[in-house]
Design a protein. Structure first.
Length: 248
C-alpha cells in the first residue's frame, strides 16, 4: 500500500500498543485505517465487533441492520441502552461507535439484506463479518462473498456456546459446505458474555486479515463451550457438490 495517508502523531500514540505487535507496525495500522469493513447485524455479535474494530482504528465501517432496539436486546447488545428502546439499531450503533472513536467513518444501513440489495450494501468493503442470528440471511452473504471472492468471517452463538470460522472461497469451504441446511428458526437462549467472546474473536480475525498478521481460522471451525470453558477445533472441507462454490 502506498504511503499516501501516513499516520498522524496522535494516531501513533493512540494505537501504540498494537503497532508494536510483531508484524503489525505502522504499515498494518495504515492498512486498517484505509480499510472498509461490512458488519452484518447490530446485535450481540455486532456490538463487540463494531466497538473493537472502531477502537483498533478501522477507518470505515458499514453496519447494516433493519431492526429496532427492544428491551429484551439489552442483556447482550451493548451498542444500545434503555434510552435507545424504539430507535433504529443502526442509529444507536452509530452513536456508540462515535463515542469509541470519532475518527471512524460509519455508514449506517437500515436495510434488509437480500440478493438484490447486498451488492450495494457491502459496497467497496474488503471483508464481511457475519453478526447475524439467522441462516437465510447468512446464505445471502455467503453467496455474495463467494461470487466476489471476499473473505467472510462467520460466527454464531447459543446460550454459553459459540462457533467461528474464516471463509474465503475458493481457498476454503463456503458457509453452505459446512452448513448445507439452515436450522429451524427459533428464539434461542443467549448470555451477553458469550456474544462478547465470539464477537471479539470475529473482530480479531478481521484485524489479522487486514494487517496480514497471525494465522487465520481457514479450514477450521473453532467451537467454544463456555459452560465448561473449553475450545475445540474441527477441520472443515470444501464440498464438491456444494451448489454455491462446488464448481470454483
Amino acid at each position: 500500500m502506498a504511503d499516501d495517508n501516513p499516520l498522524t502523531s496522535r494516531e501513533r500514540v493512540r494505537y501504540d500498543r498494537q503497532i508494536i505487535l510483531p508484524g503489525w507496525g505502522e504499515e498494518g495500522q495504515r492498512r486498517i485505517k484505509e480499510a472498509t469493513v461490512f458488519i452484518a447485524g447490530a446485535g450481540g455479535l455486532g456490538s463487540a465487533v463494531s466497538l473493537y474494530l472502531a477502537a483498533a482504528g478501522v477507518g470505515h465501517i458499514r453496519i447494516c441492520d433493519n431492526g429496532e432496539v427492544e428491551l429484551s436486546n439489552l442483556n447482550r447488545q451493548i451498542l444500545h441502552t434503555d434510552n435507545d428502546i424504539g430507535r433504529k439499531k443502526v442509529i444507536s450503533a452509530g452513536s456508540a461507535i462515535a463515542r469509541v472513536n470519532t475518527d471512524v467513518e460509519t455508514v449506517l444501513l437500515d436495510r434488509t439484506m437480500d440478493d438484490r440489495s447486498i451488492a450495494k450494501l457491502v459496497g467497496e468493503s474488503q471483508i464481511i463479518v457475519d453478526c447475524l442470528d439467522n441462516f437465510q440471511t447468512r446464505y445471502v452473504l455467503n453467496r455474495f462473498a463467494v461470487k466476489r471472492g471476499l473473505p467472510f468471517v462467520h460466527a454464531g452463538v447459543y446460550g454459553m456456546a459459540g462457533q467461528i470460522t474464516f471463509l474465503h472461497s475458493p481457498h476454503t469451504p463456503c458457509l453452505e459446505c459446512i452448513f448445507p441446511e439452515a436450522p429451524p428458526p427459533e428464539i434461542f437462549p443467549i448470555v451477553g458474555a458469550t456474544a462478547a467472546v465470539i464477537g471479539s474473536l470475529e473482530a480479531l480475525e478481521a484485524l489479522k486479515y487486514l494487517t496480514g498478521t497471525g494465522i487465520l481460522l481457514m479450514n477450521r471451525l473453532l467451537v467454544w463451550e463456555g459452560d465448561v470453558m473449553k475450545f475445540e477445533e474441527i477441520g472443515v472441507e470444501k464440498s464438491p457438490s456444494c451448489s454455491v462454490c462446488g464448481t470454483i
